[in-house]
Design a protein around this ligand. Sequence first.
Ligand code: ZN
Ligand code: CU
Length: 431
Amino acid sequence: MLAPGFIDVHTHDDTNVIREPMCEPKISQGVTTVIVGNCGISASPATLDGEPPDPMNLLGRRQDFQYPTFRAYVDAVECAKPAVNVAALVGHTTLRNNVMNDLFRPAFEQEISSMKQTLVEALEEGALGLSSGLAYASAFDAPKEELMSLVAELHPYDGIYTTHLRSEFEAILHAMQEAYETAKSGDVPLVISHLKCAGAGNWGRMTSVLADLDTAVKKQDIACDCYPYTASSSTLDLNQVTDEIDIFITWSEGLPDMAGKTLKDIANTLNVSLHEAASRLQPAGAVYHCMADDDVEAVLSHRLSMVGSDGLPNDPHPHPRLWGAFPRVLGHYCREKELFDLETAVHKMTGMSATRYALANRGFIKAGHFADLVLFNPKTVKDTATFSAPKQKATGIESVWVNGALAWHQGQHTGRREGRFLKRTTKGEGV
Ligand code: ZN
Ligand code: CU
């Protein structure tokens, strides 16, 4: 089966496309384009005063943040020649961190105008839009109005607003309402990032969440992305510590030897509470087994959802979505569970995504389009990355071409790196 190359609309590959330009976790899945800068954190435009704050530390260390302007980031990507195409959002938390010495409060007026100016410069240089990560402590104190001020700059550039909601737990509907209002105030399209019902108390609510989305989309332009797993992953958040779900620690600076164990086991070993164990592990990374199967299937099969891996490439023991998200949609969810037909699965990874993000002449196999292509075997395509062995190449991805060059063939990287930086196009151009 020949399909357009997959577009990973939700990544944190910002610095990795430069530091590890072979992009093996992506190209091996058939991904030919990544969108970076999600969840409010982007590698540019960033000026750091010290180590990056949580969760910007997901993108790398202080020395990896070398892009004070969006332009500098574009140049660095072009110079690194990654194997995949790259397009980028500007992160709200990154903008805050540039101008605020304390992230645990709303931004002052002067700080907002400085953030606006930086955002506009980035949009001028081809940024796709703005992302936010309002659930994280580093952005949680930003009121809706702070986001609205920034979102107001997007419309003239046909920019998009993407958001990691303020809550994916009990308050999710409230958080969605905030996202609708924020996007609407600036008259821009909205993408809700990794839409999920998180937390045991929230299981089964996806039906009402999607009903809410269905109602809202009648009045404004909304879509969402999601990944095909029932576990999430990020830095270890003390607010998410609970005994109701399994939490696996992927890395820890506080207690490095404890990485690779569950929080429960660590707490038992230390003979302390889960909370105390989590505090001692900080900073740390975690996989949270926080979702219900039915909820994941509901969002994945919804007509407004695109596939985005949310993979964390700097995690030493990453969530398997980093290597397996796209083949898992095709193998597990499409072929085995018959959640949707193959055309729908492919569309959620290609044409829908290219159209949504206005990636000109990508996402379809068409005369005049770039030859970003993946040849896969629909009978065998399968993710092999697991929670215990997460760094595994998928099977059934035969060949991958990026901008016409064969980058992956029969389980091997060919060494070709023909990815380009994709700047935002405005309406009427391309697509
Ligand atoms: Zn996120
Ligand atoms: Cu993310």
